[in-house]
Design a protein around this ligand. Sequence first.
Ligand SMILES: C[C@@](CO)(OP(=O)(O)O)[C@H](O)COP(=O)(O)OP(=O)(O)OC[C@H]1O[C@@H](n2ccc(N)nc2=O)[C@H](O)[C@@H]1O
Ligand SMILES: Nc1ncnc2c1ncn2[C@@H]1O[C@H](COP(=O)(O)OP(=O)(O)O)[C@@H](O)[C@H]1O
Length: 308
Amino acid sequence: MSRDTALASAPGKINVSLHVGPLREDGYHSLASVFLAVSLREDVRATRRLDPGIGLSVTIADGLDVDPDSIPLDERNLAHRAAALLAAHAGLEPALDLEITKRIPVAGGMAGGSADAAATLVACNELWGCGLTREELATLGTELGADVPFCLLGGAAVGLGVGDELTTALVHGLVHWVVVPAEFGLSTPEVFRTLDRLRDAEGFDAPEPHTVDAAILAALRSADAHALSTLMVNDLQRAAVELAPELRDVLGLGESLGALAGLVSGSGPTLAFLCEDASAAHALAEALRHEGHAALAVDSPGAGARVH
Ligand SMILES: C[C@@](CO)(OP(=O)(O)O)[C@H](O)COP(=O)(O)OP(=O)(O)OC[C@H]1O[C@@H](n2ccc(N)nc2=O)[C@H](O)[C@@H]1O
Ligand SMILES: Nc1ncnc2c1ncn2[C@@H]1O[C@H](COP(=O)(O)OP(=O)(O)O)[C@@H](O)[C@H]1O
């Protein structure tokens, strides 16, 4: 019997390592990244309705300070686009409402919109009985955004291409973080453009990134936070800091308050501080809140998009 409603969730991510290659002809940069899904998750409920079309509503979860006006509620929303894309693929006329519960910072470099798209794809796949495999959904997801395939997969993975060619990586244990959202967003294309500009000024020709550091995969495999803290790298960090220099101070603050290491998450401006264990993460989050920063203790790896 077909269902009237389906609830799905999908994780946000941190790029534990992110090497950015040259600008390609399609406007994207080739990447080599280690993605790690975290326990901050978006929920999407898809419910059939009588009128054709796609309705969208967003609830901001407690603890996330987001201006609701920063999230488009029309066909610019990645969840809306995901439902429309799957409907077109399946030859259906969509008639549904999507209710998003947001826990991931907006425009923060943690793939919140991509998580909404991934959760919508699995919710609608279930609701409409399309029967697409995760790989088929990931192929559709790549059309929506470079991070969508990883939000479908979850866990930890090496990402090549534009981040969509994924190979699962093992993590035996939990790695703990404090995530510090900024009060502002950064535009992903602008951060990539800024990196290109900085590199041009230095006469630096970025090599094609073909692989990630095997030591990072070994550190993740044994959930060795100390080893990981010495290996994390993000080529986009200097561009995010160039656009928002105050990030440098917050990075220094988190490290002085006990983080093993801090880095900009993806294109930023959200910061991710690696912690020794769960209690260190809770203590750091508390200390950062005391200093006036929003701070969330999260762990990883988190599961990929799934129906509940
Ligand atoms: C930087 C990363 C790292 O995981 O994450 P975020 O920080 O955005 O979460 C991703 O590469 C972002 O993925 P996503 O946010 O899905 O990007 P998209 O919507 O596909 O692309 C937005 C724009 O960013 C630039 N872009 C994106 C990905 C890439 N590999 N090269 C690029 O140059 C392009 O200008 C593109 O038009
Ligand atoms: N479902 C969505 N949630 C949040 N933002 C969205 C969504 N769909 C589209 N957007 C737009 O995409 C931009 C980047 O969103 P987001 O995915 O949160 O950031 P990032 O790519 O840095 O991880 C936002 O500024 C917003 O205008």
